[in-house]
Ligand binder design. Sequence first.
Ligand SMILES: Cc1cc2nc3c(=O)[nH]c(=O)nc-3n(C[C@H](O)[C@H](O)[C@H](O)COP(=O)(O)O)c2cc1C
Length: 175
Amino acid sequence: MQSFFELLQNRRSIRKYEERTIDDTLLNQILTAALMSPAGKRLNPWEFVVVQERETLQKLSDARPAGSQLLANSALGIVVIADKERSDTWMEDASIAAHNIQLAATDLGLGACWVQIQRRERNEQQTAEEYVKELLNIPAQYAVLCVISIGYKNEDRKPYDLNKLDYSKIHHEQF
Ligand SMILES: Cc1cc2nc3c(=O)[nH]c(=O)nc-3n(C[C@H](O)[C@H](O)[C@H](O)COP(=O)(O)O)c2cc1C
């Protein structure tokens, strides 16, 4: 079993997937990980829309002109949304939940990738968020942060090389 440190090292964005569905037991573990995410004031503004229907995944993949197409071939997408009226830290809270989903998927041997929806355009007339909200019938007060695409890996990505990390990002005592 990999340690938590190895999990972080091995997590890479996986954008190519096998044509294979994900068992409910694995999906439930991933969703359980999401529900254990910390949130400001424990207000838990996040909610999750699990999309497994091929036709809907295909439509979701069209949310942006680039960057979202990988969803078409994923086994499922977890749309991470948050109630903006519930908490002013909804974006931080939802981001943590999205990352927990990615880490849980990696831990289970699956591949995952974050597809950004918030603050992205679909075209000149419509934002990616408006498109996803309409497609999935999401109420107005919710923001759509991202979709985490998940599937069995069909590409190999190298783990992070610890010798190549940018330690200049770290400052001690003062900047
Ligand atoms: C906030 C955020 C938004 C991202 N949006 C996308 C996206 O829309 N499409 C995509 O293919 N990858 C997206 N990614 C994945 C990044 O490109 C990826 O994490 C980065 O290149 C580092 O690679 P790694 O995840 O393999 O370590 C996003 C990642 C984050 C954290």
